[in-house]
Design a protein. Sequence first.
Length: 116
Amino acid sequence: QVQLVESGGGLVQAGGSLRLSCAASRSIFSFNSMGWYRQAPGKQRDMVATITDLLSKNYADSVKGRFTISSDDTKRTVYLQMNSLKPEDTAVYYCKAREGLSREYWGKGTLVTVSS
C-alpha cells in the first residue's frame, strides 16, 4: 500500500513563504507523475503543480511564477515551494501520485492559511 505524507503547512502572512513536503513510501520515480492539489472551503479540489517521472512540470496559472515543484528521490519526497503567498492560496494542500493510466494515491493533506 502506497503512503503519501504531507507536511509543512501552517499559518503565514500574505507575501510570505512556505515549503510543503510529500514523503512517499517508495521511490517517487515508480509513479508516472506526482503533484500537489488544493481544496479551499466550499470549493472543488484543483491542480496546483505536477511533476512527471521525466521531470516535466506543470503549474496552474494562478501560481505560475510564485510556486515551484521539485523532487528528491533519495528522500522519496516531492516539494512545493510557495512564495509571495496570497490569502486566496488558503486551502488544504494534498499530494497525489499517479501510477499507470488510472491508479491514484492521495495523502491526507496539510492546511495552509494565509492571513491578509
